[in-house]
Design a protein around this ligand. Structure first.
Ligand SMILES: C[S@@+](CC[C@H](N)C(=O)[O-])C[C@H]1O[C@@H](n2cnc3c(N)ncnc32)[C@H](O)[C@@H]1O
Length: 231
């Protein structure tokens, strides 16, 4: 099993290349792959919970996209979405990362037409559009106290009806929740089943959606969509 296995099998066809999403800081290549398998399943759970159809033409932003792992997970889940991934591509938290390698991963998985990677810094990025979903994985804890500014900036890129889905290490969860509550309404928290100390995935919205909408979505997901956790 690998982090994008089902996609690799279904999309790559005769091409023999593997996507490689990199080695995280304080981790090994094998451990990083294992982390991504768990993280992918958690994001799939979070996406299934959102009040969007999987065919909707959503605009998604991946903050600190690295080699495009979460951009590809998002593109796979939301089949007609357009994803923008931004990264400085020079931070030590992902070894030997580059814009070219991120693009190559999207190409291998058949997502080049829907994923656009750009060099961009969270603290300087000024998008001209708003996003329906903003995702981020293992990025913002790197910012120390500046992470509060990052939360506020990210909030300005969302609109009513948008969601922020963040998977990260929360070393001071109470402080982070308080800061995040200034910008977003907490909808759901997903914790890994075991291990992954300090990691949590938070689903937040700009405006708290009605319960009815979620119940409808939960029914829809239950009936029609199979979430493949073995991807
Ligand atoms: C641990 S990696 C995670 C990459 C990717 N999200 C994943 O899950 O595979 C953290 C990423 O955040 C990026 N990053 C760090 N500071 C950033 C900043 N100020 N603006 C944009 N990206 C940043 C790094 O370059 C790195 O690619």
């Amino acid at each position: 099993m690998d982090e994008m296995g089902s996609l690799r099998r279904s999309r790559r066809g005769k091409e023999n290349k593997e996507p490689y999403f990199g080695t995280y800081h304080h981790s090994t290549s094998t451990a990083s792959r294992k982390i991504r398998i768990v993280v992918k399943a958690m994001f799939a759970d979070a996406f299934a919970f959102l009040p969007f159809g999987r065919d909707e033409e959503l605009m998604i932003l991946d903050v600190g996209c690295g080699l495009g792992f979460l951009s590809c997970v998002s593109a796979e889940f939301y089949k007609n979405s357009r994803i923008t991934g931004i990264d400085t591509f020079k931070h030590a938290s992902l070894k030997r990362s580059s814009l070219q390698k991120a693009k190559e991963n999207a190409r291998i998985l058949g997502f080049s037409n829907r994923i656009k990677f750009k060099k961009g810094d969270v603290f300087g990025f000024t998008p001209t559009e708003k996003f329906d979903i903003i995702v981020s994985n293992l990025v913002i804890h790197n910012f120390g106290k500046k992470r509060f500014e990052a939360y506020s900036r990210i909030s300005s890129w969302a609109q009513t009806g948008s969601f922020f889905v963040i998977g990260d290490l929360f070393f001071s969860p109470k402080t982070d929740m308080a800061e995040l509550a200034k910008a977003f309404k907490m909808v759901k928290q997903i914790k890994p089943k075991s291990g992954f100390r300090h990691y949590a995935l938070l689903v937040m919205s700009k405006v708290k959606p009605t319960k009815k909408k979620y119940i409808r979505n939960a029914e829809k997901v239950g009936k029609s969509s199979k979430i493949n956790h073995d991807m």
